[in-house]
Design a protein around this ligand. Structure first.
Ligand code: SAM
Length: 307
């Protein structure tokens, strides 16, 4: 919100004006509203000041005309500026054509060729109709998904990599990239989704301190059980060569974490390829499906093993 006060000419008038603006900022912070209409600007502080300094405020000055206009507040403005700068950097990253920015882990799915082939087979075996990824990052895996010609949606919170991926994926009409957090995104997307469409979810929005996985799973299990869920960076219990994410107590990507998530019954699969035969970053992964008919189809894939 921006407050405009008629610009007075004298020093005293300017002092009054700045006082009004400061008082209004306090009022605005307290009211916790994005947009307020100022009907009664606070009078006491500057009237007291006039008394102390023995200066008589000319009529009308104690209540100068104030016009409130919609605009960002101080902290909001800083946040917007930061976001805009990150967006510009993302566009510059894309323009740089730096290979390492396009393929930070070598290729899609951390450069893990066995996983890529397993997921390719899952898409065909389960007759997947749509793909949803959480955590776009540089769009490397999204771009690989795009090549199946299915509708692909992906969501990313960070403006810089969002801007990068938006430019990168713009040549794919079947890809939609969203800026925002995965949990509200899934909630809104799945509320009106066609339940007959089999969806492949690629859950990869865990990063630094962010671990939305439990809520992501709960939303998918509730709203779209007709699905195959692949989780990246997941512990493969009997194969320590696969790395997994551990963010602290009850925040490690393990079967225990999934079991503590109050989910309905599901079928689970690990990679059948031992970690020493996998390529790339060798990050662990798991496949879940709440649907017994889909599980039946996944059992035909030699690159998966039932847990
Ligand atoms: C490991 S990277 C994703 C890599 C990508 N899927 C790929 O295969 O190339 C994780 C990404 O998730 C994003 N992220 C973190 N928390 C998120 C959230 N709650 N919603 C959406 N994206 C999130 C991070 O900004 C980061 O870009």
């Amino acid at each position: 919100m921006r407050i405009e006060v008629a610009k007075p000419a004298t020093r005293l008038a300017r002092a009054v004006r700045s006082r009004v603006i400061r008082a209004e900022a306090v009022h605005r912070a307290e009211s916790n509203h994005h947009l307020i209409r100022i009907s009664k600007p606070p009078r006491a502080p500057y009237i007291a000041r006039f008394k102390r300094s023995a200066v008589k405020a000319p009529a009308g000055w104690a209540n100068p005309p104030i016009r409130a206009m919609p605009s960002a507040t101080g902290p909001d403005r800083m946040q917007n500026l930061r976001k805009n700068i990150r967006t510009l950097i993302g566009i510059a990253d894309h323009k740089s054509r730096d290979h390492r920015k396009f393929y930070p882990w070598g290729f899609a799915m951390n450069g893990q060729t066995s996983r890529l082939e397993a997921v390719r087979q899952m898409i065909f075996a389960a007759e997947i109709a749509r793909i949803i990824e959480t955590g776009t990052y540089r769009g490397t895996t999204t771009e690989w998904f795009a090549q199946f010609g299915l509708p692909v949606e992906t969501v990313e919170t960070d403006e810089r990599v969002f801007a990068f991926s938006k430019a990168r994926l713009s040549r794919f009409p079947n890809v939609a990239i969203h800026l925002g957090s995965s949990v509200p995104f899934l909630r809104s997307r799945l509320a009106d989704a066609n339940i007959n469409d089999r969806v492949l979810f690629y859950l990869d929005a865990h990063w630094e301190n962010s671990l939305p996985l439990r809520e992501e799973l709960q939303i998918i299990f509730t709203h779209h059980p007709n699905s195959v869920i692949v989780i990246d960076d997941f512990q493969v219990r009997d194969d320590n060569g696969y790395h997994y994410d551990d963010y602290g107590p009850d925040r490690a990507l393990t079967l225990d974490y999934v079991e503590r998530s109050n989910l309905p019954a599901y079928h689970a699969f690990y990679p059948a390829t031992p970690s020493e035969q996998e390529t790339g970053a060798r990050s662990g992964w798991i496949v879940l499906t709440p649907d017994p008919a889909i599980a039946e189809r996944l059992r035909t894939i030699p690159l998966l093993r039932t847990i």
